[in-house]
Design a protein around this ligand. Structure first.
Ligand code: ADP
Ligand code: MG
Length: 725
């Protein structure tokens, strides 16, 4: 057998089994070898029958005395009964609905039985234990730490174990790529042994050692890659942007609010970083509504005051427009010239808020052309836009600072392009997805993180309720009452089931973000979501709230239409809103700021991740009005209910992200932000000791990687799949 031996050439793998394996991503023998168990059942204790105790998980070795099938009087179920004995006594055994056992096992066979003991008046008994003939040296299903594999739809654990044991000899042939000295120094077992040990550990120690070695390998590569990226970055020189204290202080004084303490600290962090010629690489993390935009605005102002340009990139056109509006307002009265450039005709620019009214009537293309020219000449100092900014036509005169909002919503390719475009500039990314420090370290290596961990004063905690279906009408009445008081409401439509996979995994399939990973599935998502929005809109506008003004928003609308819809819903600048209720897909998730909205109603809430729900919820509660988040769900599993109940009582985005993390895994929670993590099969955020060791080791060799050809090869192999910032 070879590493690339197709899976259907294994013993007992037919077409159906091969298909099921493929669904788990297993196509070759090597894939199977790297399909790791997620837990183990400890049946390593082999006891005498006379010692069996009620309730214990244990193995016995004995001889089958009698064995036969009979039909139970209840529902005609087939029962296989046996009596097994050893030198100390005998035990009764039953299996349900597995009549073939009577063909596999015969009286007189010596077998192992592993399972939970149940004792009654007639003595000990095993119900449906695992069994295995004891004539071989090594056991697979009994009398050991038995591996349990993750979700194996249509495949039994026994089948998987049997298949894995077939490819196990392959482990011997896998070459160790970590140099001997690293293994020694970090007290690691060699790769072949660890591959064996992760599937069929001899004992707990073997398991621990094997797991450690494999995790180390994963984390080492990740850290090495991060270190390489960092060195590349350090080799580049960025402009030293001095702190224009007087002007910045003036600007801050004129803001309509006082900065919170953590906003100040974050701003200070950034201003200190960009003074240096080492390019800044900082992540600004802060819960939705915590006020990240103004921090970016101050930083960009500093760049402009130094005679450099700044770019603010947003993942959607709606958000870009909104940032543009906010910046124009914040910079009102100053000389700062802001432009907005997006892919579509939403293109639109002016130099300051004062000529807002005088947008030229030129065609979009003409305006775009002249804007691009002004960017190139340096007349426009701050450019807000979507990834349209990445096109070759857009050249900056002297870019000093790049700010990327919700960076993880950009596709992998786009992020690479942002990096390229911003070469030699300082880099700030902003996210509302709270990133635990350990995770940031693990993914980004030396990325710096600033956190805004408080809300602007005066906000009331949002009241969240999971609404039971018999209370639906009451909830509608409540919404109507809110609207009668002058408030507005968002209604989020559920994800369509086949799009749920895409969304759960990449969290990126919306608006004009263009999820590059799942682009085909995304296409179907958008039209499905459109359907969902239109039918919800029908229902609400015709039946439920015929007296109220309802609008809708989905990804298939033209950007100009979207802008109009948002404008109708907006109360910016003290104007009256035209729409009371906005039915929408998850496009409103990112960033929109409608302080007058006080109700966020979410249909099919169970389909969304907690972090995503938190984003939705963050759309309300942005003023001093009491706000509400109402969750609806038609099919609640126990687990889903647990998640939503947790969400109900937890307002801290950080805690929610951690809960999501523990319930759904990092790949799902952080989506493409950590697509690198998808390649971590074993390592976890909590493996801080191993992370540290891996980091230290990676640092020692990064300067002369060429002396480590096996590691170089491994890194190359990884580069195909892993994307780091
Ligand atoms: P996010 O961090 O989600 O991007 P925003 O930057 O959109 O948050 O800010 C949310 C709202 O809070 C905006 O309307 C903004 O003007 C307001 N805001 C920001 N900082 C403060 C502050 N220190 N005090 C009061 N309001 C603030
Ligand atoms: Mg924001």
């Amino acid at each position: 057998m070879k590493a690339n031996t197709p899976i259907d050439q294994l013993n007992k793998v037919g077409k159906a089994t091969a298909r099921r394996l493929e669904r788990l991503g297993i196509r070759t023998a090597l894939d199977l070898l790297y399909f790791f168990p997620f837990r183990y059942e400890d049946f390593s204790r082999v006891a005498f029958i006379a010692e069996l105790m009620d309730g214990e998980n244990v193995t016995i070795k004995g001889k089958i005395e009698v064995l036969g099938n009979k039909r139970s009087w209840k529902k005609g179920k087939m029962i296989t009964e046996a009596l097994v004995s050893d030198s100390s006594g005998s035990v009764r055994v039953v299996w349900f609905n597995q009549p073939y056992i009577a063909k596999v096992l015969k009286p007189g066979d010596e077998i192992y039985l592993s399972g939970k003991v149940k004792s009654d008046m007639l003595g000990p008994q095993f119900a449906s234990p695992a069994y295995e003939k004891s004539n071989r040296d090594e056991t697979t299903h009994t009398a050991r730490l038995v591996p349990i594999y993750p979700a194996t739809e249509g495949l039994s654990q026994k089948q998987i174990r049997f298949l894995v044991s077939q490819v196990l000899p392959l482990a011997e042939k896998i070459t160790e790529w970590l140099p001997e000295e690293f293994l020694e120094k970090n007290d690691l077992v060699p790769l072949p042994a660890s591959l064996k040990g992760i599937h069929f550990p001899v004992d707990e120690i073997d398991l621990k050692k094997s797991t450690e070695r494999l995790k180390f390998g994963e984390l080492f590569l990740l850290q090495l890659k991060a270190e390489l990226t960092r060195r590349e970055k350090m080799a580049v020189v960025a402009p030293a942007l001095s702190f224009k204290e007087k002007e910045i202080q003036e600007f801050v004084k004129k803001l309509p609010f006082t900065l919170t303490k953590t906003q100040k600290v974050a701003t200070w962090d950034i201003l200190r970083d960009i003074k240096k010629t080492v390019p800044m690489n900082r992540l600004l993390s802060g819960d939705v509504g915590s006020g990240k935009t103004v921090v970016a605005a101050i930083s960009m102002l500093d760049a402009v005051l130094n005679g450099y340009q700044a770019v603010l990139m947003a993942p959607t056109e709606i958000l870009a427009k909104q940032h543009y509006d906010s910046l124009c307002k914040l910079y009102e009265g100053s000389d700062v010239k802001v432009g907005l450039l997006t892919r579509s005709q939403a293109l639109n620019f002016q130099f300051s808020i004062s000529n807002l009214q005088s947008i030229s009537n030129d065609s979009v293309n003409k305006r775009k052309k002249s804007l691009i020219k002004e960017i190139k000449d340096g007349q426009v100092q701050i450019v807000v836009g979507t990834h349209a900014l990445l096109s070759e036509k857009v050249e900056m005169k002297n870019l000093g600072l790049v700010v990327v909002d919700e960076q993880h919503r950009f596709g992998v390719e786009q992020r690479k392009m942002i990096k390229n475009k911003g070469k030699g500039a300082h880099f700030l990314s902003m996210t509302a997805t709270p990133i635990p420090r350990s995770l940031a370290l693990m993914i980004y290596g030396d990325l710096e993180v600033s956190t805004i961990n408080e809300m602007p004063p005066g906000r009331k905690p949002i009241i969240t309720r999971l609404v039971e279906s018999h209370n639906r009408q009451k909830a509608y009445d409540f919404i109507r009452a809110q609207i009668k008081q002058g408030r507005q409401a968002f209604v989020i439509c559920p994800l369509i089931s086949n799009s749920a996979t895409c969304n759960a995994q990449c969290d990126n399939g919306q608006d004009d973000t263009g999820c590059t990973l799942h682009v085909t599935r995304y296409a179907s998502t958008v039209s499905d979501e459109k359907k969902a929005v239109l039918s919800e809109y029908e229902k609400l506008s015709k039946t439920i709230f015929p007296d109220l003004r309802v609008g809708f928003l989905h990804g298939k609308l033209k950007p100009t239409e979207k802008e109009k819809i948002m404008d109708n819903f907006s109360t910016k600048g003290g104007k009256n809103h035209v729409t009371d209720i906005l039915v929408s897909t998850s496009v409103v998730e990112v960033g929109v700021d409608i302080p007058n909205a006080s109700v966020m109603m979410i249909e099919g809430a169970e389909k969304f991740g907690l972090a995503q729900l938190h984003q939705f919820r963050g759309r309300v509660g942005r003023s001093s009005n009491q706000s509400y988040c109402l969750l609806f769900s038609d099919s609640l599993s126990k687990k889903a209910e647990e998640r939503l109940k947790f969400f109900e009582k937890t307002l801290d985005g950080f805690k929610l992200a951690e809960k999501d993390l523990s319930m759904r895994g990092p790949g799902q929670v952080y989506g493409t932000l950590q697509s690198g993590l998808m390649n971590l099969r074993l390592a976890k955020l909590t493996d801080t000791d191993i992370i540290k060791k891996a980091r230290e080791t990676a640092k020692t060799i990064v300067a002369d990687l060429n002396n480590f050809p096996s590691i170089l090869r491994k890194i190359k192999e990884w580069e195909g799949n892993v994307h780091l910032e």
